[in-house]
Design a protein around this ligand. Structure first.
Ligand SMILES: C[S@@+](CC[C@H](N)C(=O)[O-])C[C@H]1O[C@@H](n2cnc3c(N)ncnc32)[C@H](O)[C@@H]1O
Length: 283
């Protein structure tokens, strides 16, 4: 699988898969790229469980953006989008399958995507009629999202915290905040969220920062909100030491048990790892 993923990420023209297969392995492929990024940074085998710094993520996305510009097509090294010839830019099948459990009625529809990158889930949710709010530290990831989806936007600085920039869609119901998740709060967000779709984000948070991550999430959620978490469990297939990390049932209880209830609603195995989907609600 590792070889297949490398091919997909770095030589997509050689590799033909059906749309469904592309969508299913999108997240796994993304993790594989994170691992490669860590290897490049000499962090893959590090035992200190450090997170990639925001500067390292920014640098990675900048290269992706430049590569995508020079190719004159969508997407670069980061496996979140393909190009015109392949259907890599599909929303998560798990999101599509479970959206009605996450946002069961039409009134509650403001959904938050933490650490969103340029995920195709953003566009899919917009097209489904939701009000989408993303948070991402990299300007280049955000620009790629808007440019690749032909969404016009306005850029401003948050009046609540000048370290955040705000990209407001003019032709689509989306706002993406550029800044550090660990500085985010409901003031900056302009109110609480009705739902969260967390795809591959908690997995990438260093172990010591998981609790602060969940605390921030709790502070930006409405009491009635639902939080859907797509979390990878690599188990024995995890041959690396550092990021991305496993999320186990014990982790779920430790992180969410005090203030939330959680249920596993789905799972799908692959050669790369097990994707498990949890629905989390406030107690
Ligand atoms: C694993 S990717 C998430 C992928 C995305 N959720 C998806 O479904 O395709 C992690 C993303 O988080 C961003 N990121 C990392 N640390 C961050 C931080 N402290 N604040 C905001 N964004 C961050 C990275 O730039 C990267 O785009």
């Amino acid at each position: 699988m590792e070889d297949s993923i490398s091919k997909l990420c770095f030589d997509q023209s050689d590799y033909i898969l059906t749309s469904d297969s592309y969508a299913r392995i999108r997240i796994q492929a993304l993790f594989h790229n994170i691992y490669r990024l860590l290897q490049t940074a000499g962090m893959a085998e590090s035992e200190d469980h450090k997170l990639l710094t925001i500067d390292q993520w920014n640098e990675w996305w900048k290269k992706d953006y430049e590569r995508s510009k020079s190719k004159g097509s969508k997407g670069g090294d980061i496996c979140e989008h393909g190009d015109e010839d392949n259907p890599f830019d599909q929303a998560s099948p798990m999101l599509r399958k479970h959206i009605k459990s996450l946002l069961p009625n039409a009134i509650r529809k403001r959904i938050f995507l933490p650490l969103c990158g340029k995920s195709p889930d953003i566009k899919w949710l917009i097209d489904e009629g939701y009000e989408v709010v993303g948070l991402e530290c990299s300007e280049h990831a955000i620009l790629e999202f808007f440019e690749e989806n032909s969404v016009e936007f306005e850029k401003s600085v948050s009046t609540k915290d000048h370290s955040f920039r705000v990209y407001t869609g003019k032709t689509a119901n989306v706002v993406i905040y550029e800044g550090d998740y660990f500085k985010f709060n409901s003031d900056i967000a302009g109110g609480l969220f009705d739902a969260v779709w967390d795809s591959a984000s908690l997995n990438t948070i260093e172990l010591a920062s998981r609790k602060p991550y969940v605390e921030i999430m709790r502070s930006v959620l409405d009491k009635q909100a639902k939080y859907m978490l797509s979390a990878m469990y690599f188990g024995e297939k995890r041959t690396w030491i550092n990021n991305p990390f496993d999320i186990t049932d014990a982790d779920m209880t430790e992180l969410f048990g005090e203030y939330f209830t959680w249920d596993k609603v789905d799972e799908e195995d692959s050669e790369w790892g097990l994707e498990r989907v949890f629905l989390i609600t406030c107690k």
